[in-house]
Design a protein around this ligand. Structure first.
Ligand SMILES: [Zn+2]
Ligand SMILES: [Zn+2]
Length: 91
């Protein structure tokens, strides 16, 4: 029925999250980000395609990340994205 990964359960659009001023990624916990900024909600980015950001954190504090195939958003937590795919880890 679904093409999603069997483990993937997207969170609702009103899920609160944090965004990173360093790399633009989002995460459920501010600790996951190199430069955590203000709170956002999933509806702030999901569904928009105007985001252009570095694919990796500027200071490489975290390496495992996901990109949304629909909107291009980078996230530390896959459930924050509607169609996450793993971003290859930089060597
Ligand atoms: Zn960052
Ligand atoms: Zn999305």
């Amino acid at each position: 029925m679904s093409h999603h990964d069997k483990d993937h359960v997207p969170m609702p659009l009103n899920t609160p999250a944090f965004s990173c001023t360093g790399c633009g990624a989002v995460a459920l916990n501010a600790d996951s980000l190199c430069q955590p900024a203000g709170r956002v909600r999933k509806s702030d980015w999901c569904g928009t395609e105007s985001i252009d950001m570095p694919p990796f954190c500027l200071n490489d504090r975290h390496t495992l990340r996901y990109r949304c195939k629909k909107c291009g958003r980078i996230s530390i937590d896959a459930p924050l994205l509607c169609e996450p795919e793993k971003v290859p880890v930089k060597e």
